[in-house]
Design a protein around this ligand. Structure first.
Ligand code: DGJ
Length: 762
C-alpha cells in the first residue's frame, strides 16, 4: 500500500476551504428557510441551522448541525487535515481523505472505512460506490413519500425541501437525498431515494435513511430506549466509546426491546440543558440505529432500515424510497428535544379527526374479563362504565370464532356464537343504547393454525417451504407482503367494520417474525419480504383509514412492541405496555415521552394484575399516572367499593376538565425513578397560563429530608393559584424554590392544577 507522508499533522497547514465555496458564501441570508450559496445550503429552522455543501471534488459534506448560524464565517469552517496513513481519492492529496470528512451520505467500497449509509452490489459483483454531486433543486413545501408514512405540511409555506442528486457514473446509480426544514419546528426530515440508471439489475444491501457526522468533542454520550415486554422504553445513557455501538430490531416489528430513536448528548447535556441531537425513524419494522466514534474523535450517527437480512433487487429504471428519519437539535437539553418531537409528531405526523380532538374516555374489558364474558355481562359493564364517565366501550380479544383462549381462531373474524348471540352489531347497538360509543379489538395481521382461514390457506403466512414454522402465542404472521393476501383480508376487515357501529378499533399485533419467507416471491427476492411486509401494512392502513375516516384507531403490539412514528401516522394513540402497574408505568411512560407525544401514550387505570407485578398502589396514583396519557380504564367496577367508585368518578371528571392542557401542553419531566427516589412531571400551556403537575413517591424513608419540586415553564412574574386547594404561589418561587412535597406513604401521588392569576396584587 502506498502510504501518505508521515509528517505530523500540526506541521501541515490546514488547506483552505474550497475557493468556490468561500466565494459563494459571501452575502447575507435571504430569509428563506433554505439559503443556497453556491453549492452550500443552510437549512434554517426557528433556532437551528443544518448546513451542508459540496467539496471541490464533488463529495457532499456536513458543514454544521446545531444552533442557528446567522452569518457563516468561512474561515472558521473545519479545516482539511492531512494525517499520516490516510487513503485519498485518485488525483488528490491526503488532505482530501474520505476517512475524516464529515460525510452526509457515505458509501461503501471507497476510502471511508467507517460504517456506510449505502452499499450496493453491481451486476459484476463489485460493491464500490462513489456518489458525487450531480444537481439539486429546492421545493416549496414537502413532497409525500411514496408508500411510506412521513411528516407532512398542510400549507407549502410551512416547509422547504432540498433535493440533492448524487451519481455514481460507473455503476449507473443515482441517489436522491431529501431534506425538509420546517418554519415552525427545529427538525429536519431526511430520506433517500435510490434509482438504478444502468442497464443491469443491482442489489441494494444497505440503504439507511440518514447519516450525520458530528465534529470532534461535539457529543460525549448517547441515549436510547431498551426494554422487553411489560418493561418497555427504559432510558439508557452510555458514554460513546471508540468503535461502533448500535441498537436494532430484527423481529419484524420495531420491538419492545429497542425503539427506532436515539439521541447524541453534548458534554454537559441534561434534561433541561446542553446540546442534544435526536434521531427518529418513521418506520415500523427492522431498523438499525448506530453510533460510531472514529479514531480522530468524529462521531457518525445513523438510522434506517436494518441491513441484517435485507437486500433489494433494483431493475434498470427501478427506485427504492427509504423511510423518513426526523432529526431534532436542541441546545436546551433532552426535554426541549422531546417537546419538538411532541409538537411535530402530534400535529404533522398523526392524522385523522382525533389528531386535534379530545379522545373519548375508554373503558376496556380486557383486564376485567379476559376471554371469559357474556353479552349480558358486557352490556352491564358498559352501563356502569357510562355512570363513572366513560364514553367508549372497547371489546377486547375473545369475541370471535371459537376464541376462548389464545390458542385459536385468529383470522376468523365472525362473532363467537355463544358469547355474542346477537353478533357484533347486536352488542354494539346495545352499548350505544347505554350511551357509549363501541370499539372493537382486532388482530388482522395474524392467523391461528387452528382457524378456518389457515385450514383453507396454509401458505398465506410467512414461512419457508420445508422448514418448521415456529409458534409464538399459538399464532403465525399473515403474509402482508403479498397483495392477494392483503386484498382478501381487507375484504373481511372492511365488511366487519361496515357491519356495525364501530367507532374505535384496537389494532393488535402479538408476534415477532420468524422463518421470514413468502410464497408469493421468487427466491432472489426473499430478503425483501420483511420490508415489503411493512409496506403492505402501510398500504392496508392507508386504505382502511381512508375508507373509515371517523374511526379512532389505537395501535397495539402486546403493549409497546410497535410503538413507533410509522404507526402514529395512521393511529393517533398506542397501548404503551401490557404492564399497567402505576409505578412501572411512570418509567415506561416517561421513557416513551422522550420521543412520543403524551397524547399518543395509551394509559389505563387497572386493578393489580398479579401475573405482571404484585404491587398495590393507591387508586389516586393509578389515576393520575393514567390521565397524563391517552386515558382509559380496565377496572372491575362491580367489585369496587362506593368510596373507590366515587374516587374514580372524580378522576375521570378531572381528566376531562384538564383536556386540552394534557393533550397539547408542553411536557416537562422533572424527576424520574432512574435518578431520583421520586418521579414528577408537568404540563404547561405554551403561554404559561395554566399547568398541571404530578408527583409520585417511590419508597419513602423515615425522618428523611424535606422534598421540594422545582417547576418549569411558568411565568416568573405571575402568581399561580392551585385549583385544588386555593393556595397561591408566586411563579418565581415555584421556579426557584419549588413546591413542598407532603406525605410519607410509598407510591403516593400528589397533583397541583395551577392557574396564572390576573396581574396585580395577589
Ligand atoms: C395484547 C394487548 O397488549 C392486550 O392489551 C390485549 O389486547 C391482548 N393482546 C389480547 O390478546
Amino acid at each position: 500500500m502506498k502510504s501518505t507522508s508521515m509528517t505530523p499533522v500540526n506541521e501541515i497547514p490546514p488547506a483552505p476551504v474550497e475557493a468556490a465555496d468561500a466565494a459563494a458564501l459571501a452575502g447575507s441570508g435571504s430569509g428563506a428557510l433554505i439559503e443556497a450559496r453556491g453549492l452550500n445550503w443552510f437549512l434554517q429552522g426557528p433556532t437551528t441551522t443544518y448546513a451542508l455543501g459540496v467539496t471541490a471534488e464533488g463529495h457532499l459534506v456536513n458543514r454544521h448541525w446545531g444552533g442557528r448560524l446567522k452569518a457563516v464565517d468561512t474561515a472558521a469552517w473545519r479545516p482539511r487535515l492531512a494525517r499520516p496513513m490516510l487513503v485519498h481519492p485518485a488525483g488528490t492529496g491526503p488532505e482530501v481523505s474520505l476517512e475524516t470528512v464529515l460525510a452526509e451520505y457515505p458509501a461503501a467500497g471507497g476510502g471511508d472505512f467507517r460504517t456506510p449509509a449505502i452499499e450496493v452490489e453491481h451486476a459484476d459483483g463489485a460493491r464500490v460506490l462513489n456518489p458525487l454531486y450531480a444537481g439539486h433543486r429546492i421545493i416549496r413545501g414537502k413532497p409525500a413519500l411514496s408508500g411510506l408514512p412521513a411528516t407532512y405540511v398542510e400549507d407549502d409555506a410551512e416547509a422547504e425541501t432540498l433535493e440533492i442528486e448524487l451519481v455514481d457514473e460507473t455503476g449507473g446509480v443515482r441517489v436522491f437525498l431529501l431534506y425538509t426544514v420546517f418554519a415552525e419546528h427545529d427538525a429536519i426530515a431526511r430520506s433517500v431515494r435510490i434509482r438504478n440508471c444502468g442497464d443491469t439489475p443491482i442489489r441494494l444491501l444497505r440503504v439507511l435513511s440518514a447519516s450525520v457526522d458530528l465534529p470532534e468533542e461535539a457529543c460525549a454520550r448517547w441515549l436510547h430506549l431498551a426494554g422487553a415486554w411489560a418493561r418497555e422504553a427504559g432510558v439508557v445513557e452510555a458514554a460513546i466509546r471508540p468503535g461502533l455501538q448500535s441498537v436494532e430490531s430484527r423481529r419484524g416489528v420495531s420491538s419492545h426491546q429497542h425503539n427506532p430513536a436515539f439521541a447524541l448528548l453534548g458534554p454537559d447535556a441534561a434534561e433541561e440543558q446542553g446540546e442534544v441531537w435526536g434521531f427518529s425513524l418513521v418506520y415500523s419494522g427492522n431498523f438499525l440505529a448506530a453510533v460510531e466514534r472514529e479514531p480522530y474523535g468524529l462521531t457518525r450517527a445513523q438510522i434506517g432500515l436494518n441491513p441484517a437480512g435485507f437486500t433489494w433487487r433494483l431493475e434498470p429504471g427501478g427506485e427504492l424510497q427509504s423511510p423518513e428519519a426526523v432529526l431534532v437539535f436542541s441546545d436546551a437539553g433532552v426535554g426541549a428535544m422531546s417537546r419538538t418531537y411532541h409538537r411535530l409528531f402530534r400535529t404533522r405526523l398523526a392524522r385523522g379527526p382525533y389528531r386535534d380532538a379530545a379522545r373519548p374516555v375508554q373503558f376496556n374489558n380486557w383486564a376485567v374479563t379476559y376471554f371469559d364474558f357474556t353479552e349480558t355481562q358486557l352490556i352491564g359493564l358498559a352501563g356502569q362504565a357510562r355512570r363513572i364517565g366513560a364514553e367508549l366501550f372497547v371489546l377486547d380479544d375473545g369475541w370471535f370464532g371459537r376464541r376462548d383462549n389464545d390458542q385459536s381462531s385468529l383470522g376468523d373474524w365472525i362473532a363467537h356464537a355463544r358469547k355474542l348471540p346477537n353478533g357484533v352489531r347486536g352488542l354494539a347497538e346495545a352499548v350505544n343504547r347505554e350511551g357509549l360509543a363501541f370499539g372493537l379489538w382486532l388482530e388482522p395481521e395474524m392467523v391461528s393454525p387452528d382457524s378456518d382461514l389457515h385450514r383453507a390457506h396454509p401458505d398465506w403466512c410467512l414461512h419457508v417451504p420445508g422448514r418448521e414454522r415456529s409458534l409464538f402465542r399459538a399464532q403465525l404472521v399473515l403474509d402482508f407482503s403479498r397483495e392477494d393476501v392483503r386484498e382478501a383480508m381487507y375484504a373481511r376487515v372492511a365488511a366487519l367494520l361496515a357491519s356495525a357501529p364501530i367507532a374505535h378499533v384496537k389494532w393488535d399485533m402479538n408476534r415477532y417474525f420468524t422463518e421470514v419467507g413468502s410464497a408469493g416471491r421468487e427466491p432472489g427476492r426473499q430478503a425483501e419480504t420483511a420490508h415489503r411486509y411493512v409496506l403492505g401494512v402501510y398500504a392496508f392502513l392507508e386504505r382502511l383509514t381512508r375508507d373509515f375516516p371517523r374511526v379512532l384507531w389505537e395501535n397495539c403490539s402486546s403493549g409497546g412492541g410497535r410503538f413507533d412514528p410509522g404507526m402514529l401516522h395512521y393511529m393517533p394513540q398506542t397501548w404503551t405496555s401490557d404492564n399497567s402497574d402505576a409505578i412501572s408505568r411512570v418509567s415506561i411512560q416517561l421513557g416513551t415521552s422522550l420521543f412520543y407525544p403524551p397524547s399518543t401514550i395509551g394509559a389505563h387505570i387497572t386493578g393489580m394484575i398479579p401475573h405482571q407485578i404484585r404491587r398495590q398502589t393507591p387508586l389516586r396514583t393509578r389515576g393520575l399516572v393514567a390521565m397524563t396519557g391517552a386515558f382509559g380504564l380496565q377496572l372491575n367496577l362491580p367489585r369496587l367499593e362506593a368510596g373507590e367508585l366515587a374516587e374514580v368518578v372524580e378522576l375521570v371528571a378531572l381528566k376531562k376538565r384538564l383536556d386540552p392542557l394534557l393533550r397539547t401542553g408542553d411536557l416537562y419531566r422533572l424527576k424520574d425513578f432512574r435518578r431520583d427516589p421520586d418521579a414528577a412531571w408537568m404540563f404547561a400551556a405554551p403561554d404559561a397560563s395554566e399547568v398541571f403537575v404530578v408527583h409520585v413517591r417511590g419508597l419513602v424513608e423515615a425522618n428523611g429530608p424535606l422534598r421540594r419540586l422545582r417547576l418549569r415553564g411558568l411565568a416568573p412574574d405571575r402568581c399561580y393559584r392551585d385549583e385544588f386547594t386555593g393556595a397561591i404561589f408566586p411563579g418565581e418561587m415555584l421556579l426557584r424554590h419549588g413546591l413542598i412535597i407532603a406525605g410519607n406513604t410509598d407510591f403516593e401521588a400528589q397533583a397541583w392544577h395551577l392557574r396564572a392569576m390576573p396581574p396585580g396584587p395577589a
